[in-house]
Design a protein around this ligand. Structure first.
Ligand SMILES: Nc1ncnc2c1ncn2[C@@H]1O[C@H](COP(=O)(O)OP(=O)(O)OP(=O)(O)O)[C@@H](O)[C@H]1O
Length: 301
């Protein structure tokens, strides 16, 4: 049975429709991403899943429970990362963890959590003295302090530098490896591509695609570009004749071959038959950002 089931969710704020019609299921142990442009309805969707907002239509089930009716039970079992959480500035890291741990039946081992999040040395540091990255990691620790079965992380790495972002990704994978199901809201293509098993792309309150990162990319564009410097002049027509090749262009002393399927293998085999070597060979494939543009018409940030 899926851990989270969202069926035809609909939510308005007055006249404004924030979520038109959103459906998806999240399986146990998955990292499931919700990706979409600003204002697409991502946060509203997860706030309904968390029981913080009341939907105007559709069905919701989390761990087999109703997020509104069973809110007290779900608070014990679902960890939520608060966006831009303004925690008590003067409280120390250890005090904040103690406070949050007191809300839960089965709090996690604090020492282990701090070690996993790289905050062991900050246990006695006041919240306001932490760096941005440390504050972000603390907000993740607080989402995990109740040993949740499901963690909902909204804008996980917003405001982090690239190294801190990568460290956080490793951390989230480690959390998942401990069996936690993760629902992740993100703007970042690299984050979604790296972490998510499946992604729902949401645009204007609707799911416009739902697949693995590779599936999303393949669904919109299987084009690959092969660039190389041939060791001897070759007639582009010899490559254009290959069924995998769509286009051959000459850029200075390089050839740029665009094609689909296994175009790299087709080109290198043809070159081998001609006795030509491919120097500085590079292959470029479409990425999730290309799929995002194709699906939503918005440029990724
Ligand atoms: N409390 C509210 N009252 C009125 N309108 C709201 C409220 N919260 C969100 N909205 C509007 O609903 C739409 C969806 O917002 P939501 O925050 O769910 O989108 P999002 O995809 O999470 O956006 P972002 O990536 O910018 O956080 C937006 O047009 C937003 O302006």
């Amino acid at each position: 049975m899926p851990v989270i089931e969202v069926g035809h969710l609909h939510k308005r704020y007055g006249e404004k429709v924030a979520v038109e019609d959103v459906s998806f299921d999240v399986e146990r142990g998955e990292i499931f991403g919700i990706l979409g442009p600003n204002g697409a309805g991502k946060t509203t969707t997860v706030e309904c899943v968390e029981g913080l907002r009341v939907p105007d239509g559709g069905t919701l089930s989390v761990l087999g429970l109703d997020p509104r009716r069973d809110r007290a039970e779900l608070r014990q079992r679902v960890g939520v990362q608060l966006q831009e959480s303004r925690l008590q500035d003067k409280l120390r890291v250890g005090e904040l963890l103690d406070l949050y741990a007191s809300f839960y039946r089965e709090p996690a081992d604090q020492g282990r959590l701090l070690a996993t999040l790289g905050l062991t040395e900050q246990r006695n540091t006041a919240y306001k003295k932490l760096s941005g990255g440390q504050q972000q990691r603390l907000s993740i620790a607080l989402a995990l302090i109740g040993s949740p079965e499901v963690a909902v992380l909204d804008e996980l790495t917003t405001g982090l530098d690239p190294q801190a972002r990568r460290d956080t990704w490793d951390l989230i994978e480690a959390v998942r490896d401990q069996g936690v199901t993760i629902l992740l809201v993100t703007h970042f293509m690299a984050e979604a591509e790296r972490l998510c098993d499946r992604i729902a792309v949401i645009d204007a309150g609707r799911v416009v695609a739902l697949d693995s990162p590779a599936g999303l990319v393949a669904g919109v564009n299987d084009e690959q570009v092969v660039r190389f410097r041939p060791s001897a002049p070759i007639d582009p027509a010899a490559l254009e004749a290959l069924p995998e090749v769509r286009r051959v262009e000459r850029h200075g002393d390089r050839l740029v071959v665009t094609g689909g399927g296994n175009v790299l293998h087709a080109v290198t085999s043809a070159l081998a038959r001609l006795g030509v070597l491919a120097g500085d060979l590079r292959v470029e494939q479409a990425g999730l950002d290309d799929a995002f543009v194709a699906l939503t018409g918005h440029k990724p940030e």
